[in-house]
Design a protein around this ligand. Sequence first.
Ligand code: SF4
Length: 376
Amino acid sequence: MGNGPDELTELTKVALAGGFLNREEGIFLYREAPLPALMQTAHQIRMSLHPEREVTWLIDRNVNITNVCVSACQFCNYFRGINHPEAYVTTMEEYRRKIDQMWALGGRQLLLQGGLHPKLGLAFYTGLFRDLKTAYPELKLHALGPAEVVHLARMDGLSYTEVLTALREAGLDSLPGAGAEILSDRVRQAISKNKCSAGEWLEVMRAAHKLDILTSATMMFGHIESLEERFDHLLALRQLQSAKPAGHTGFISFIPWPFQDKDTFLSRHRNVRNSVTAAEYIRWIAISRIMLPNIPNIQASWLTVGKQTAQLCLYAGANDFGSVMLEENVVSVAGASHQFDIPGIQQAIREAGFRPVRRDQRFEHLADIEQQSGGL
Ligand code: SF4
């Protein structure tokens, strides 16, 4: 294709009509469109998908099942070897304490993640999920991720479908899109070579979509990837979403965040720093909204980019503010220090000109927490 304002206008028209831009078209728009124009296009698409001036948010709690991990990703400060003095596996008593705290604040969902523990197989996780659901029948488990599913399938000699089916029978409600980083094997070999490949990540998600397990998609960018690899990531997600069985949700949301570099192996030994400016993050949210018309919700990661940048993202295609995270380990130990409490997240959404609406993992709206609790 040629270059120039005519091409920008043409591509914008295709995007506004819900069309799929290819990689070169997306890159052209990303590089050449002025930021306000890109934001406006993305915002128009967002308003056509979600016409109300509402921004969703949720309360959940991130509990790490274990910090023992054989993957040793170079962007992670959090993992420990199995014999390390700080290695742990969370006990049921600790789960109870954390869930009770979350329950008192109105939260009903755990985001359960952890390392790839070399000794904990599928039976451990199904037992854990059953115990949690027995103790808290209303609790929702947004748990594990494709890397853990691949790890468990290998350990137990099972297919991804068998692992996912067993996890769902034990209480899994939805599968986070964690561990996607950049879906390029060149990048993964360089920063997380012991984790699942790009193809394996996508195959687990394909299996989950066939089983109609709700999933999300993520992206961690701003490290060693090229712009082309970022776009290939979006295209792989879009293609997989297009292939999901009719009537199944597939990816309900997409959450891109910039690499948090503090004290990571990548920054200490390879001098790789988070290169994403606020303007670039907003631009990336906008192009994600434009490139992914078949994924309904885009989340601004306030935890990693902060309140003001996240508020601007609400005018660049994002319609979700994510969670008041009561606990988060992997990105917080790598430098993400932004925090919201329950009134704070709602206030930030109002300040940006939208009505805050509390949701669950399925994006179903919940009662307003202020009315329910008198303003926690
Ligand atoms: S990011 Fe996850 S998989 Fe990678 S080392 Fe940390 S805990 Fe392990």
